[in-house]
Design a protein around this ligand. Sequence first.
Ligand code: SAM
Length: 328
Amino acid sequence: MDRYYPLLATLRPLFPFRDEVLPQLLIPEAKRLWKQVLRSQHWAPLVAALNSDSWQRMASSHRDVGGDAIKASLPPSADREALERACRLLVPWRIGPFQLGELVIDSEWQSNLKWSRLQPLLPPLRGLRVADVGCSNGYFLLKMAACAPEIAIGLDPIDRCWLQFAVLQSVLRLPQCGFLPAGIESLEGFPSFFDLIVCMGVLYHQRDPRSAVKQLFRSLRPGGTAIVESLVIDRPGEPELLPKGRYAKMRNAWVIPSPGAMALYLEEAGFHNIAVHNFGAVTTAEQRRTEWAPYESLAEFLDPNDCSLTIEGHPAPHSAIVTGLRPL
Ligand SMILES: C[S@@+](CC[C@H](N)C(=O)[O-])C[C@H]1O[C@@H](n2cnc3c(N)ncnc32)[C@H](O)[C@@H]1O
């Protein structure tokens, strides 16, 4: 059997499509992140572990991607201690949960709750080209990859996310499932390529959410679907919040849209059949501090005396999904 290189393997599902994408727009950012990882002292033990002989025996014989936690059994020869060391080096785990053998990774977000809101809105995925933009470690991507798409590719520009995905995928080995370590800007390299783009938790981090949505449109084939999720504010008469300082302690939340503003972004981009799903306030049952994300979480981001406000006095985050079709 060929030797399995976990970092390279995340890119491999893209290779058959190299004539349809614009590599000059995809490769530079991925290469920069690759070099950043290889030069990092912090990641050196992890990279060494991923390239070791013993890591070759991590592939699971049985995986269960359908439950709340994505689960995989480990073969008897797997080095469980090396796997746990790698996972602990990768703290914080923002999305999940996962269970690899006996190891339970209880992430900050109980992402199964978001999955239960997303899943009913997904088209049948068999044979589709699917992207998850801002996929973090790929929790949603892996679930979608289990539905036999032609390709399921995640994009995220953060090294920790890429490495978490590489560890997970070296155990799960879901076919046609890859990860491009790059941001939404790199979608420019996928002109009219995807049938479905899921983009969740990314919009409010964009200084210009309108142009981000236009980019989603350009990367969809005609007839393709965008599913865009965001933290939103839900206060009558307030289409968008442009926080002057932080929002829920985040330095990089530039525009918090209302669900109506999100719909407008999709309409302006040219989407048809726009539908808005408003799911109400994010709760501390869904986003909370855990052993695997041992830092401040939603409970610390809200006003302790009034959970309808953030600690800064802004409307507290709600969650909404807006969907749209690129017309034929
Ligand atoms: C709030 S998390 C959302 C994660 C996941 N999609 C979810 O909905 O639970 C935002 C993610 O977007 C990623 N991100 C940050 N800047 C980005 C960019 N320019 N393009 C794409 N993703 C980005 C972050 O690394 C992070 O994983």
